[in-house]
Design a protein around this ligand. Structure first.
Ligand SMILES: [Zn+2]
Length: 157
């Protein structure tokens, strides 16, 4: 018999295949959960404050803002691919910016942290905070996913 911990780690790594209506199969990310103590071991102090406490890094802080190579930007907390390099663009804000997230990779909620509503988004698998999405981005979506570099890992293609 496998332990619950082993089961959770295995499931997290592989994802879970779910059947919808018995007709279609879809790969649904298995939710990754850790205790606060575990997240503090997994993430740097700065990344912890962004991803688990909703902080925002200073503009220009992350070298990923200037990253121009082809590749994938994945969640720093659980490695789920969130953005493709071809959707990254120069927003001149000092934060890595994208016009489209990989479908299903992020989820949004409204936050009032600065007194006005903003659309927060986070990794759909570990729920780690990534940034805010605004409607002043370029075509074809008109969206600007303004992401903390601390929430991302870049893997070149
Ligand atoms: Zn994640």
């Amino acid at each position: 018999m496998i332990s619950r911990r082993t089961f959770l780690i295995t499931s997290s790594a592989l994802g879970v295949v779910c059947a919808f209506g018995g007709t279609a199969l879809a790969q649904v990310p298995f939710e990754v959960r850790h205790t606060t103590a575990e997240w503090r071991k997994i993430l740097s102090e700065d990344a912890y404050m962004v991803m688990r406490q909703g902080d925002t890094e200073p503009p220009g802080y992350s070298p990923l803002d200037q990253e121009k190579r082809a590749g994938i930007f994945s969640c720093a907390g659980c490695d789920l691919p969130l953005f493709k390099s071809e959707t990254k663009y120069e927003s001149n804000t000092g934060w890595p910016s994208f016009y489209r997230a990989i479908p299903g990779a992020v989820a949004t909620k409204t936050d009032f942290k600065i007194g006005v509503p903003r659309k927060e988004y986070h990794c759909a698998r570990c729920l780690g905070h990534q940034g805010h999405v605004f409607d002043d981005g370029p075509k074809p979506t008109g969206l600007r996913y303004c992401n903390n570099g601390l929430g991302l890992k870049f893997v070149s293609a």
